[in-house]
Design a protein around this ligand. Structure first.
Ligand SMILES: Cc1cc2nc3c(=O)[nH]c(=O)nc-3n(C[C@H](O)[C@H](O)[C@H](O)COP(=O)(O)OP(=O)(O)OC[C@H]3O[C@@H](n4cnc5c(N)ncnc54)[C@H](O)[C@@H]3O)c2cc1C
Length: 371
């Protein structure tokens, strides 16, 4: 049996970020991934590093997201220095466009609640009228009533990010084991043995970061990860000259020039199909926001499944029954890459999650049994 310092199950953005962070801590981890048959949110997302709407009613999640956005620039620079892969991170701020007075009023209430809940930490936002938005994003349509803006927001090339994390992980001595589906595990405190393809591997630490696969894996390690799929569809146009100075929640321009339009939120189980009515609705709203988009051809479109916890807030946990087992689950894995690599991984390497992460435990879903 091959032994490692740690085993991370799941080579998507969450697992790769944690594995990279563990290798940076001096460990020799194995990173196991199911391969091309897998559901992979990390290969089908929208690429926002987004703060302004995260953590409503959950201030710990708001702080965690902000922390991640703060970690991002240094992580992007470090990945470039170590791997030569530019992840295209930019943080020019971002806007959420409102196309009616009702949307604008509802957004203001939401942003104000975010500010109230931030307490001493603070949350700086501005509600902008049409002309102020037009000054930031020339070419908006008359249907845009206004927008919320925060300087915290940004975006990145999430495929390049995944590539950089994998390359950086291997460069720091980590071992990548693709095309292996973990189905069997023997768990004991600080002693885990997994059947990975034809071989058995073992480690005193295991991190479940298998996205939607975590729901089935977690109970084997005394953990719970009740995540469900939520489908999102994305459209991409042909390349255009640099026209958008900052991303919006549902339309952004990549560094290469293509305009991405996203992203729907559909509860359709594990169906990764695309629907023309959903694509039409997304394109319609995008053209109302930016009428010039109507002149561009759509060149690609896809659907992918988000990894969605019941309340939308990430789940981070450590097993009480089998110390050494951890899990990480979230629906904003691009945004949270900063904390996964720079904050969560060092906690795992140190052997325990910081008590500040306790509100993220799946124990919040436990309901007392009726007497
Ligand atoms: C349409 C869409 C838009 C999105 N937009 C954004 C955005 O703008 N910003 C943002 O921050 N986030 C966004 N997300 C979310 C983000 O993509 C996810 O949070 C993130 O990719 C989740 O990463 P993950 O590693 O947990 O899961 P995945 O990427 O799904 O990876 C899980 C991996 O685990 C492996 N695996 C599963 N089961 C097993 C097993 N039993 N054994 C071995 N390996 C296993 C699979 O091979 C897979 O590679 C979006 C998601 C979607 C779908």
């Amino acid at each position: 049996m091959r032994r490692f310092d740690a085993i991370v199950i799941g080579g998507g953005l969450v697992g790769a970020a944690i594995a990279y962070g563990l290798a940076r801590e001096g460990m020799v981890p194995a990173l196991i991934d199911e391969g091309d048959i897998a559901y992979r949110a990390s290969r089908g997302n929208f690429g926002l590093v987004w703060v302004q709407s995260k953590g409503l009613g959950a201030p710990h999640y708001q702080r965690w997201t902000r922390r991640s956005a703060e970690e991002w620039p240094a992580l992007a620079a470090e990945l470039f220095a170590r791997t030569g892969v530019a992840v295209g991170h930019e943080r020019p701020g971002g806007v959420h466009l409102c196309l009616s007075r009702a949307e604008f009023a509802e957004r203001r209430v939401r942003m104000e609640q975010m500010r109230r809940e931030s307490g001493n930490f603070g949350f700086d936002y501005r509600m902008l009228g049409h002309d102020e938005v037009a000054a930031l994003l020339p070419g908006i349509g008359p249907a845009v009533v206004g927008a919320s803006f925060t300087a915290y927001d940004g975006h990145a090339n999430s495929l390049a990010l995944l590539h950089a994390l994998h390359r950086g992980f291997v460069g720091r001595g980590g071992v990548y084991l693709p095309n292996r589906t973990i189905t069997e595990a023997v768990a004991a405190p600080r002693d885990f043995r997994l059947g990975a393809g034809a071989e058995e591997i073992g480690a005193p630490v295991v991190v479940l970061a298998a996205g939607l696969g975590n729901a089935a894996l977690a109970p084997r390690f005394g953990l719970s990860a009740p995540v469900r799929p939520q489908r999102g569809q994305i459209l991409v146009t042909e390349r255009a000259g640099r026209v958008m100075a900052m991303p919006t929640t549902t339309v952004r321009q990549t560094l290469e020039g293509g305009i991405m339009i996203g992203d729907s939120q559909e509860d359709v189980g594990f169906d990764t199909g695309q629907r023309i009515d959903v694509m039409r609705a997304m394109a319609h709203r995008a053209v109302l926001s930016f009428p010039w988009l109507a002149g561009l051809q759509i060149v690609r479109a896809w659907a992918a499944l988000r990894v969605m916890p019941p309340d939308g807030v990430p789940i981070y946990d450590q097993s009480e029954r089998f110390p050494g087992a951890f899990t990480a689950n979230c629906h904003s894995g691009v945004t949270l890459t900063g904390v996964h690599a720079n904050v969560f991984a060092p906690m795992v390497a140190a052997g325990a999650l910081d008590p500040a992460l306790a509100p993220f435990s799946a124990r919040r879903f436990d309901v007392p049994q009726a007497a």
